[in-house]
Design a protein around this ligand. Sequence first.
Ligand code: FMN
Length: 192
Amino acid sequence: MPTVHALAFAGSLRKESWNRKLLHLAIEGAREAGLEAREFDLSDVPLYNADVEALGFPPSVEALRRAVTEAAALIIATPEYNNSIPGVLKNAIDWASRPPNTLDGKVAAILGASPGNFGTVSAQHALRPVLVTLNVLTLPGPRVFIARAAQAFESDGALKDARAAEQVRALMRRLHDTTRALSLPSEPAPAG
Ligand SMILES: Cc1cc2nc3c(=O)[nH]c(=O)nc-3n(C[C@H](O)[C@H](O)[C@H](O)COP(=O)(O)O)c2cc1C
């Protein structure tokens, strides 16, 4: 069976980002589930500018687009900013979407952490239609909303709530199984 590659990124540039911690747990879970998962750091991706694009994708954007192209699956940990997704994440998606849309046909798992009580519910609901527009199949669940993030993690980065940790692993198993199923050659149609 060929390996399924997953690209993981967090929509936060903060060193102590809760979403980056969550992303690392998701990467661990993805590897346990059989995915070849690696993180892409969005720190070097410049703000989208059509004038810059007209001269050619900058090297960091080229690297992002290549990494997305090489992956079948995406793992996205999104913070919530003003009930939506942060500019850092939208900006990366916008660059990746420029023709040819490198996101086309990918399978995505999304998750998020915030210090508030709702754990990025609104941001995740805002992210889904953006991904649908780009022909990304976004897994409906299990949904991972880590609320009160400042209290949710152990000092080693593990989640204190065993049920939440299992949801992360379950989401990664679903990502593996769905991506693999979709990449299998389809059965020939029955004759007659
Ligand atoms: C501009 C801005 C808007 C924010 N809006 C929300 C919000 O709508 N809901 C929420 O739960 N947290 C909000 N927050 C708090 C973030 O969830 C918090 O900064 C979080 O730690 C960011 O994720 P990170 O830890 O991965 O960097 C906002 C933060 C900023 C800077």
